[in-house]
Design a binder for this molecule. Sequence first.
Ligand code: NI
Length: 203
Amino acid sequence: MAIRQIAKMGHPVLRRKAAPVDDPTDPDIARLAEDMRDTLEWIGATGIAAPQVYDSRRVVVYRILADRIPPGVALEPLPWTVMVNPVVTPLSDDVGLIWERCLSLPGLHGKVPRYKQVEIVYQTLEGESRQRVVEDWHAMILQHECDHLDGILYPMRMTDLSYLAFNAEPGELAREAETMPDLDPALRAMVEAWPARQKWLAS
Ligand code: NI
């Protein structure tokens, strides 16, 4: 078990296009994926891409925890999934705005346009090809993580930077949370921990 350091925004490894993995069954890739999983488990987060642990290869690890599924959203928890050489393709032009955070931008959150329905094709550690069609929050996670493989961080996708904020001051998110039953429970907890909430949202 190894917990790895997380690269933060500004480090060149996060701006680089990651290299394709020639052999997904290489034990070195399995070790990398295991370290990424250990790192996520330690932090309690959902997903991570290899460049975030200073390894510029096309590997993503994620899971969906039951307590991170927004209320009312038809989504099943998903066990640890390792995706080697993942490719995301939008299935329509339908775009929605989703609040996101990123381990490489600690302390920040932002509202990001994402395709609502995508297809993902990837290889497993056994070298098998897999294909999945996913929607909404699940689709957002995959777009976010696969963007890391192309050197893209979520603020680079934002079309309105007034929706980029510190987690300690989640004003706009707090305002929206009032009328958003399907908000990610982790983001709702962040809003509820904001001491200024009552004072600034009362009027
Ligand atoms: Ni990220």
